[in-house]
Design a protein around this ligand. Structure first.
Ligand SMILES: *Cc1c(COP(=O)(O)O)cnc(C)c1O
Length: 360
């Protein structure tokens, strides 16, 4: 047994597995930016249509993402430029992994900012890239001079910028992201997991700027369960990326569901609009509580700093509400928690607990 263990990489053995919450059914789950709405539940007709299309899916055959029509449907729904090529991934997590693998030469550097999405660093470690993480400013804005200096010094093969950023919700300034894209010698991935909630996007630039790749997902807009992400970029990069995508990385049921969803994009947009309006309400309510600080968010969650993050986390949990405690993950996240925006009723339940703890 010990010999077998020795075969496994020491750095992997030292890792801890990504924690996925194991929750009783009656909990309100506001820890992972899932949509509280099943996308087709508001329309019995669509629900039935979707169910019968699933029933007819050729699950005895391997999927063919290229002929599934999903790429064309995504292009149309999100107006992806003709100049851009698309690669589909099993969630954008897989695309982040494949983009990392694509440049994983000895001594290659991945650069990102901190705090940001934890999977960037995780993949740098997994694929043996040197990792450089540049701290954000205290208000979670980009420290552009520090990033540009690091780009100059380390010449990263790969840069990840989440726009808007997770776990902070703050969007960097567009001109600053562009400055990084221009300065970087390698691939710059703008991760727009929260793009549908944001006021801005780099999707229009995809395909027009050679080193830019825009990665998006349907996870945060009602489809976390089907695992579909898409990367848009120039042929120079995307042609190479396509070579390392596992041939059957998507499945028939997901492809079919995503395509069906894109054909009924108005339904998804309606849910997104509801959540955006709830985000606005949550932000103004939370901003009125003097003992906490709410950071402005362009995503479907709000990050707040409170007097005691553990106490808030525990008290919400006693009230059957799960949020994400950020305190301890990074010095800049001192006493911070992240709360996914839910239905109005769920949000009211959160606000009630916060008021009970911190007053108005
Ligand atoms: C949620 C998230 C992802 C992962 O999305 P999937 O498509 O579900 O894998 C990627 N990037 C960021 C910044 C995220 O917050």
């Amino acid at each position: 047994m010990s010999a077998l263990k020795d075969i496994i990489r020491a750095d992997v053995r030292a890792m801890t597995a990504y924690q996925v919450a194991d929750l009783p059914e009656d909990f309100i789950k506001l820890d992972a930016m899932e949509s509280p709405y099943h996308p087709f539940s508001s329309s019995p007709e669509l629900l039935a249509q979707w169910q019968s299309s699933l029933a007819a899916a050729p699950i005895h055959l391997y999927p063919n993402p290229a002929t599934s029509g999903l790429q064309q449907a995504l292009r149309k729904a999100f107006r992806i430029p003709d100049a851009a090529q698309i690669v589909l991934g099993n969630g954008s997590d897989e695309l982040i992994q494949l983009l990392t693998m694509l440049v994983a030469k000895p001594d290659a550097v991945m650069l990102t900012v901190e705090p940001s999405f934890v999977m960037y660093k995780h993949n740098a470690v997994a694929y043996g890239l040197d990792y450089v993480g540049i701290p954000l400013n205290d208000d979670f804005s980009l420290n552009l001079p520090a990033v540009l200096q690091a780009v100059e010094k380390h010449r990263p093969a790969l840069v990840f910028l989440a726009y808007p950023n997770n776990p902070t919700g703050v969007s960097f300034r567009r001109e600053e992201v562009m400055a990084v894209v221009r300065a970087a010698p390698g691939i710059v991935v703008v991760d727009e997991a929260y793009g549908p909630f944001s006021r801005d996007s780099f999707l229009n630039e995809a395909g027009h700027i050679e080193n830019l790749v825009v990665v998006r997902t349907v996870s945060k807009i009602g489809f976390a369960g089907i695992r579909i992400g898409y990367a848009s970029g120039s042929p120079v990069i995307m042609n190479e990326l396509a070579k390392i995508v596992p041939p059957y990385n998507m499945n028939q049921l997901s492809l079919l569901t995503a395509k069906f969803a894109m054909e009924h994009a108005d339904l998804i947009e309606a849910n997104t609009a509801k959540l955006k309006s709830e985000l606005g309400r949550m932000f103004s309510e939370l901003s009125g509580v003097s003992r906490l600080k709410a950071f402005p968010s362009d995503a479907n969650f709000i990050t707040i700093r409170v007097p005691d993050a553990q106490l808030l986390f525990d008290t919400l949990k006693q009230n059957k509400i799960l949020i994400k405690k950020l305190h301890g993950m990074h010095p800049l996240l001192d006493q911070c928690v992240r709360i996914t925006v839910g239905t109005p009723e769920q949000n009211d339940a959160v606000l009630a607990v916060i008021r009970q703890l911190y007053g108005n």
